[in-house]
Ligand binder design. Structure first.
Ligand code: GTP
Length: 359
């Protein structure tokens, strides 16, 4: 496969993942032990990508601090900053200034919050063979109303692009990985706020350009919500999606250097224990992300949750589907369930929140 250039869309604010994204952009959140994007970059490299342009806006400087020139990944990385967010289409157009390929070359464009096991090489090959304007990876989901609904004809030609419609006509949705022919990117108006989902794709279809769907039912996850973020980390640790960037062998548990898991603690289900984090004897942690330097005391139960850096989880606490911000303290006996989010630094006194009435 020829060398490919890619644009990575990473300028979003990640509002659905607050408070985790208050200080860190979503694509940099520690996921299975490394910044989320490390998994995407390592996979992109394995599909022949050699140069990646980051389309940044929110907390732009943090991306170059995290990845530098990309040599660790065998990639060459460029960073393009939008002074004000230009939307997905405007960001792609803006980043194209840093591409080196010619007008007929395929360019891979990736949303920075998708975990996908699909065959990118095959997607690019189909795009080139059919001389398409754009080729979209499509995946099937149970509830297509939250995504771009993408019907195709028998030849794979996209016949409509219906962004977040309450009346979806198919379960096939936009999976957030595109191959654009370079000249199609250059035709997006420069310096304007443009949405590929609401403007570029419908406009191309309307004008008769060949927009192709590449449907593949591989592992796929949009990590935009806390529950999905936790699931993504867990699936990477468990090896449900192979990632060259996983810092250790796949298994029930990933402990980062400097983490302490006491003999009497039970930690499993694809959990990560961050550097310097402590899980005391008698604690139970399952399917969760424990960030660097946090402490889970004896007798606490943490399930499918995120515990932020330096946070303290006291004895007898129950966390399920909860997000605890960096440095927060959950006092003894609290129960935080079903999507609870505690903001960074908040101190919750003993038994302040309980869901059950048996107290
Ligand atoms: P939410 O606020 O939780 O919806 O998340 P988000 O801001 O990431 O938005 P969304 O998931 O719709 O964005 C899809 C992808 O496009 C993500 O990878 C974003 O980082 C990226 N993105 C969205 N808007 C912009 C933008 O204006 N500029 C750039 N460079 N990237 C964007």
């Amino acid at each position: 496969m020829p060398e490919l250039e890619a644009i990575l869309l990473v300028g979003g604010q990640g509002t659905r993942l607050r408070p985790l994204t208050l200080g860190t952009p979503k694509p940099l959140l520690p996921t299975a032990g490394v910044p989320f994007l490390a998994h995407q970059l390592a996979r992109a490299r394995s599909f022949g990508v050699r140069r990646v342009v980051f389309a940044t806006s929110y907390r732009a400087e943090m991306f170059s601090e995290a990845f530098g020139d990309g040599s660790v990944f065998g990639l060459s990385l460029e960073y393009v900053v939008e002074e004000t967010p230009l939307g997905t289409g405007g960001a792609i157009r803006n980043a194209a200034a840093a591409l080196t390929c010619g007008p007929g070359a395929p360019v891979l464009v990736l949303n920075g919050d998708i975990l996908s096991g699909h065959d990118v090489g095959e997607q690019v090959a189909r795009h080139v063979a059919r001389r398409a304007a754009v080729t979209l990876h499509l995946t099937e989901v149970d509830d297509p109303s939250r995504f771009g609904c993408v019907p195709t004809d028998d030849e794979g030609r996209v016949t409509a692009f219906l962004e977040k419609t309450p009346t979806p006509v198919t379960n096939r949705v936009n999976a957030g990985c595109y191959v654009f022919t370079r000249s199609v990117i250059d035709a997006i108006p420069p310096g304007e706020v443009v949405s590929v989902e609401r403007e570029t794709f419908p406009g191309l279809i309307e004008s008769g350009a060949l927009v192709l769907g590449y449907a593949e039912a591989a592992y796929w996850l949009d990590v935009g919500t806390p529950a999905a973020f936790v699931r993504g980390s867990r699936d990477l640790v468990l090896g449900r999606l192979a990632s060259p960037a996983l810092p250790g062998p796949p298994g029930d548990l990933l402990t980062l250097p400097g983490a302490t898991v006491s003999d009497g603690a039970k930690v499993d289900g694809g959990s990560v224990v961050g550097a310097g984090a402590v899980v005391e004897s008698g604690a139970q942690v399952s399917g969760s992300v424990l960030a660097d330097g946090c402490v889970v005391r004896s007798g606490a139960t943490v399930t499918d949750s995120v515990v932020g850096a330096g946070a303290r989880i006291s004895s007898g606490v129950v966390l399920r589907d909860a997000v605890i911000g960096d440095g927060a303290v959950v006092g003894p006996g609290n129960e935080l369930l079903a999507g609870t989010r505690l903001w960074p630094g908040v101190v919750l006194p003993e038994c302040a929140v309980r869901f059950s009435s048996d107290v």
